[in-house]
Write a protein that binds this ligand. Structure first.
Ligand code: UDP
Length: 330
């Protein structure tokens, strides 16, 4: 099997690449290394069945050339991270809409299967107890930069569905909910690596807003197998699948848990949203998945406890900090 992974040097992408290589695939990574990092692929660097191409999904010719002759494409390349989207909404819109269109067209031309990795963010401000895939999207104004990510990803999904209907493209859509694990960076706002990094360095943990807002974190090691299964599942084509964690936790509770697990002396500091993201920021109060569909279709098993995930992230943060220090000493 020849697989392409766009965004393969990113956090989720690199875990997926390792899994595909272990399965025996020939893997091509297409990544522009804007947020992806070469060291995310350190464990498989130089692998004989891995080819890493530095380039953008906005380069239509390159995307078409790479996808030609491949069996399947995992499309993860995107401008991600609330901070990046708020600061650079145009980059987010262009990459996430035009880039995805290039990937969709290339898959039609090549007859390749596609997994379009979308996001739970598309549900917007819907605070339902359990968001089913058919739930309404409750989006804020398109003039609020935060919602441009959800708007772009929603268009991607609509495109994917239209390509399925009109061209018969074998495309499944995954909607991960706050996926976390080793290699995720806190640089673009993601809360788990951010808080763990602060705890390990002995800095105050920054909880934005009142800390009552909640999320259901999913472990990358639980999400990746479901992605691999979805792309091969006939009945998944033209459909979307939530991939979320089962435990709802407030951000204030998460900060306590991080302090507890890392044994840090840090305290928690509450930062107003305006200070964290700039004026007019709107957060999601909660985001809770209904995972029934992915469980029934491909046996999705979100089983790894958050405590175990935080432990793994802390270890990763410490190892990376030590490596950075060693590099600085050289
Ligand atoms: N958050 C926080 N402190 C941080 C980073 C994020 O309190 O250092 C909050 C953020 O405002 C949001 C939640 O944690 O309420 C999850 O943020 P993240 O950016 O990880 O994901 P998303 O907002 O996309 O769910």
């Amino acid at each position: 099997m020849k697989s392409i992974v766009t965004g393969g040097a990113g956090f989720i992408g690199s875990h997926l690449v390792e899994r595909l290589l272990a399965d025996g695939d020939d893997v091509v990574v297409l990544d522009d290394f804007s947020t992806g990092r070469a060291d995310n692929l350190a464990a498989v660097a130089g692998h004989e069945r891995l080819r890493v191409v530095e380039g953008s999904i906005l380069d239509r010719d390159l995307v078409t050339e790479l996808v030609a002759g491949s069996d399947r494409v995992f499309h993860l390349a995107a401008a991600v991270g609330v901070k990046l989207i708020v600061d650079h909404p145009l980059q987010g819109l262009r990459t996430n809409i035009h880039g995805s269109e290039n990937v969709l067209d290339a898959c039609v031309a090549a007859g390749a299967k596609l997994l379009l990795v979308s996001t739970s963010e598309i549900y917007g401000k819907n605070t339902a107890d359990a968001l089913h895939e058919t739930a309404d999207r409750v989006l804020g104004s398109p003039l609020v930069a935060r919602w441009t990510y959800a708007a772009a990803k929603g268009i991607d999904e609509a495109f994917a569905h239209a390509y399925f209907k009109e061209y018969g493209l074998r495309v499944a859509i995954a909607r991960p909910f706050n996926t976390v694990g080793p290699r995720q960076t806190g640089r673009y706002g993601m809360v788990v690596p951010n808080l763990v990094g602060q705890a390990v360095r002995g800095e105050p943990l920054t909880v934005y807003g009142d800390g009552v807002q909640s999320r259901c974190f999913s472990f990358v090691g639980d999400v990746v197998p479901a992605m691999v299964a979805l792309i091969e599942h006939e009945e998944a084509y033209g459909e979307a699948f939530n991939l979320g964690g089962e435990r709802e936790i407030s951000i204030a509770e998460l900060a306590e848990l991080v302090i507890d697990i890392t044994g840090s002396d840090s305290r928690i500091t509450y930062v107003p949203y305006d200070e964290a993201y700039g004026e007019g920021y709107e957060d999601m109060r909660r985001r809770v998945p209904d995972n029934t569909r992915a469980k029934a279709a491909v046996g999705f098993a979100p089983v790894t406890p958050l405590e175990a995930v935080v432990r793994l992230v802390a270890e990763d943060v410490r190892v990376r900090a030590a490596a950075d220090e060693a590099a600085a000493d050289d």
